[in-house]
Ligand binder design. Structure first.
Ligand code: SF4
Ligand code: SF4
Length: 165
């Protein structure tokens, strides 16, 4: 009896079955939107500048004294995509170790930010760079020459991390 009652109450009305009012409502909404301001960005002429919370490609922080990284390998161990390769070497500087080789395979990276989270030196952080185009797989393996970015260009992200981490 109850089931019968539910089926009865769920039956569509005549106007619902012919869809015409809904089609009219949809067209009205579309028509209204035509006169709203547009949000189309003329990329690449008009670039989008993300805020500090954005997670673009991971990069290494370069200070005046040199790279922050001490080649502890934590980022490499935590990376779920096995995208990071670090080879440590010794140095005469106070920090004693540095990455002789540091590579990130951007075809593997999933922008999770785990490397940034575990780094004890705040040496690897997510940048604002989202323009990544490669013509062959080898180009997607970024070495220190492409990963090291001057700290002045990373201030937004560092500020964001200090505030919210
Ligand atoms: S962002 Fe994630 S996937 Fe990419 S290198 Fe860092 S830990 Fe690996
Ligand atoms: S980037 Fe950070 S976590 Fe990765 S090896 Fe260097 S110091 Fe260690």
């Amino acid at each position: 009896m109850n089931i019968q009652h539910n089926i009865e109450s769920e039956r569509m009305t005549f106007w619902e079955r012919i869809y015409l009012p809904e089609i009219g409502r949809g067209l009205a909404l579309t028509f209204k939107q035509m006169f709203q301001p547009t949000f189309t960005r003329q990329y690449p002429e008009e670039k989008w500048i993300p805020t500090g919370s954005y997670r673009g490609r991971p990069v290494l922080v370069l200070e005046e004294e040199g790279e922050r990284c001490v080649a502890c390998g934590l980022c490499s161990r935590v990376c779920p995509a096995l995208a990071i390769e670090v080879r440590a070497a010794e140095t005469d500087k106070v920090k004693e170790r540095y990455p002789e080789k540091f590579e990130i395979n951007m075809l593997r990276c999933i922008y999770c930010g785990f490397c940034e989270e575990v780094c004890p030196e705040e040496a690897i952080i997510m940048s604002k760079d989202y323009e990544l185009v490669f013509t062959n797989p080898q180009d997607a393996i970024l070495g220190k020459d492409k990963l090291l970015i001057p700290i002045a260009q990373l201030q937004d992200r560092l500020e964001f991390l200090r505030q919210y981490r």
